[in-house]
Design a protein around this ligand. Sequence first.
Ligand SMILES: *Cc1c(COP(=O)(O)O)cnc(C)c1O
Length: 434
Amino acid sequence: MHYYGTAQVNAKGNLEIGGVDTMDLAAEHGTPLYVYDVALIRERARGFKETFERLGVAAQVAYASKAFSSIAMVQLAEEEGLSLDVVSAGELYTALAAEFPVERIHFHGNNKSEEELIMALDHNIGCIVVDNFSELALLEEICEIRRQKVNILLRVTPGIEAHTHDYILTGQEDSKFGFDLQNGQAEEALESSLRSEWLQVLGLHCHIGSQIFETTGFLLAAKKIIDKLAEFHDKFGYVSKVLNLGGGFGIRYTEEDQPLPAASYVDAIVTEVKDQLGQTDLPMPEIWIEPGRSLVGDAGLTLYKVGSEKVVPNLRKYLAIDGGMSDNIRPALYDAKYEAVLANRPLDQAEETVAIAGKCCESGDMLIWDLPLPKAERGDVLAVFCTGAYGYSMSNNYNRIPRPAVVFVENGISHLVVKRESIEDLLRLDLQLQ
Ligand SMILES: *Cc1c(COP(=O)(O)O)cnc(C)c1O
């Protein structure tokens, strides 16, 4: 079994993380429970930041907070000197409640509402990543009325789609996000922003995919953007202060995944940007990146209690746990794969292969199809690894199942950071028929 960060088996033979016994956590907070290894989040953040520092490159590492947004998580990002990406009023509100420095907040999204743009302007956040012409016009109009300047990045689609193990070059990318770099849209957006009295274009942004294990896609994107920046310089005298290459750095979920360390991505990106810029008259911009999954993904695990079982003779044994697609929709949504152990006896030999089923009324509510386990019984605690990104943040109340609690653990101390929803909470928005 692969253990992440501070996870290990303790003297009692239980799984511990952050120096805290997971069985104690399950007893104290109940299950399902999200547990985050704070030391590992810090280590991941430093992996990115320190590489830029070592290379002497001005940079911002922005945590894509959609991966897991909560007040404590945003505060941790602040402690580690990260910047913060938000994509909605809700994520922005969370950042403000956490008193995150507004100048390091970047607002993303392909359909920011007028209210969201105004909220961003009211709080003077660091920049707005403009996604399309309609948003550009709306933002210009709002800024004109308010007579307020705002920093923007233009999100471009460079015609590179990176997937887990490969990348695809597309002439014109069929994506809902961004200004196309090839067909003149990006140029038109820049030209129109440069004419504006209110919009200050810090630079260009792209985000080419997620769970990417190679550097090639990032390097191609950087090259394409820098080629365009050279053109924009010739045409408009435009000099970009920022080059934002997005997130998408892959993590290990199962043994099939072989991620690169943060330093490899950053090294490769910086080398490529310097090489490409060497062929132009352009100065080195700040490099911004936006890791989400790779900061928190493998630092989170979920504890569940084992309940019912069902055997389909000669075919499969289903073990049901007390959560499922309501707290982790990724297997149902993306066919995501996970590894897991019994937290109360992780060293016991596996005796059978079981399928871990959720408790929701959907046949697709399966967490893991083939998991080797010792014979598990009702009351055993299952620890599913690497649920830290897009787990809690995509959780929902399907079947009116309350959302789990979230705890942070570090140096032997656990700290509840998101309370468990109660069944009363589920009714807080409900009104009587009359
Ligand atoms: C989702 C997203 C990210 C983070 O992606 P990860 O795969 O979690 O690293 C970064 N930037 C943008 C614009 C995104 O939409």
